[in-house]
Ligand binder design. Structure first.
Ligand code: NAP
Length: 469
């Protein structure tokens, strides 16, 4: 598949194969862009921003709704491509499509709500006799860099608000899974010619170049902390939004509904084979109920169906690559060598890693100190709420958190004391609606997404004051 720059297809002499992680087959190839192509995209995006700024909000909103309809028509086709390149079960891909459609709709609505406000300058010294108001203006060119795990919806979380507030976009999709995003940009180009440009190639080369360019106004990045840190160092004075990794805790207290919490782990630790930023990565459980909880969790884990991700019965797909699965295997094996005990799974087959429940984990094990991006549910046993909160916060991450309890005061204490962008009570961290403010504390990120919040980060405020004295 070619790149799309200035509304035209662009190829390169160098190409990268995109492989299906399930069977290793080549799905397609994409160009490896170099710096000249990145420059072309920057130039075209700067032209397109001048066209967008003249377009009415009414027209932008209608055109975004047209894209919604187009994506709805191609829902199945897009979901299948997503499954082929990422290895996620087809039902999860269809869910990603539904969320993508919803995200676009939210942006179509938000395009009509980009308000300024009137400002009472007479509340300040010497301000009497002024009339002042603010406008929210587009920044210009937004560079969107996205990861492999939810490539479509996470990219739409950047493109859609950017367009809604009249910015042109350059998208650098993930090298391992670029196709669904590129196909979506083709759809968008039918309504907004030239407004969205795709540049494929290596993040370390073109990604790095795009974020350093003085002709780019904003970087919106989702991916790992390591890359996020590099980007923030290279971005200079540009506005930057960083949606980074997570190491989300799930606290389960003595009085919790155990079945509900077990379902929370199944949906939170094993979704997308555990490759979810807000996945349940540490289960911090009260000793009093830990045995019963583990027994039930193992039973439910063993019901997961591993197989061809295109088969609708499959509930556990592959990881993005065999290399990624080997990394998870090594991390789990290291924890076992340090005293942890596997209750279910712990087996790798190619790019598959079996859903794994691992008990007797301590908070100093690499498995839970760093983000383990695989289908692993590590159990950390504790004796009381103080210990649970202490462990939940003993991390550099702070994306989301879940707490299972029926004790109102314990719930409120967790909500207050857990250092994370979101704390859910009686729900696992692995939950998001596309309108909510989403973004972590600590090393999990800077800024928020969720259409309205992304628009705020992709606009600048101008004040206009009229001296009526
Ligand atoms: P990654 O390795 O950081 O890659 C993300 C994107 O950054 C890719 O497009 C990559 O391109 C590009 N990139 C790499 N090096 C770059 C550089 N020096 N300059 C500019 N761009 C560069 O992350 P990943 O492995 O794909 O994704 C997994 C991570 O994303 C996990 O940590 C996960 O928690 C996090 N994540 C966070 C959220 C959130 O909303 N907070 C959501 C999903 C995932 P290449 O593919 O060409 O290397």
């Amino acid at each position: 598949m070619d790149m799309l720059i200035g509304g035209k297809h662009v190829s390169s002499d160098d190409v990268e194969e995109v492989k299906n992680p399930y069977n290793g087959e080549i799905i397609d190839t994409v160009p490896i862009a170099h710096l000249q192509t990145a420059d072309l995209a920057i130039m075209e995006a700067n032209k397109a921003k001048d066209v967008l700024i003249e377009m009415s909000a009414f027209k932008i909103s209608n055109k975004l709704y047209n894209v919604v309809e187009k994506l709805k028509e191609k829902r199945q086709e897009f979901a299948e491509l997503l499954t082929l390149e990422v290895g996620k079960p087809i039902n999860e891909s269809l869910m990603e499509l539904d969320r993508s459609i919803e995200t676009l709709k939210l942006a179509a609505e938000e395009a009509k709500r980009i308000y300024g406000e009137s400002v009472p300058l007479d509340a300040g010294l010497n301000g009497k006799g002024f009339f002042a108001f603010t406008q929210r203006l587009p920044l210009g060119v937004v560079v969107a860099i996205t990861p492999f795990n939810y490539p479509l919806n996470l990219t739409i979380h950047k493109i859609a608000p950017a367009i809604a507030c009249k910015n042109a976009v350059i998208v650098k999709p993930p090298t391992e899974a670029p196709l669904t995003v590129m196909k979506f940009c083709e759809l968008l180009n039918e309504e907004f010619p030239g407004a969205v440009n795709t540049v494929t190639g290596y993040g370390s080369e073109v990604g790095n170049y795009l974020v350093s360019s003085p002709d780019v106004d904003k970087i919106s990045f989702t991916g790992s902390i390591t890359t996020g840190l590099m980007i923030s160092q290279r971005a200079g004075m540009k506005k930057v939004t960083l949606e980074l990794g997570g190491n989300d805790p799930m606290i389960v207290l003595n009085d919790a509904d155990i079945d509900k919490a077990v379902t929370g782990v199944i949906n939170g630790a094993f979704l997308n084979a555990g490759q979810v930023c807000m996945g349940v990565k540490r289960i911090i459980i009260d000793n009093g109920i830990a045995d019963e909880f583990c027994e039930k969790l193992v039973k439910e884990t063993e019901k997961l169906v591993m197989g061809n991700p295109l088969d609708s019965k499959t509930t556990l797909g592959t990881l993005i690559s065999e290399k990624a699965a080997i990394q998870v295997e090594e991390t789990v094996n290291n924890a076992v060598n340090d005293g942890a005990k596997i209750l279910a799974g712990g087996i790798r087959e190619g790019a598959f890693y079996h859903a794994t429940v691992i008990d007797n984990v301590t908070s100093d094990m690499d498995l839970v100190v760093n983000e383990t991006f695989g289908p692993v549910a590590p159990i950390i046993r504790v004796n009381n709420l103080d210990e649970a909160i202490g462990i939940a916060n003993n991390t550099d991450y702070g994306l989301q958190a879940g707490v299972f309890t029926n004790d109102y005061s314990a719930a409120m204490r967790c909500a207050k004391e857990i250092e994370a962008g979101t704390v859910f009570i009686n729900k696992q961290s692995t939950f998001r609606t596309d309108n909510m403010p989403f973004g972590g504390f600590k090393n999990s990120g800077v800024g928020k997404e969720g259409i309205k919040y992304a628009v705020a980060e992709m606009t600048k405020t101008k004040l206009i004051g009229l001296n009526l004295r």
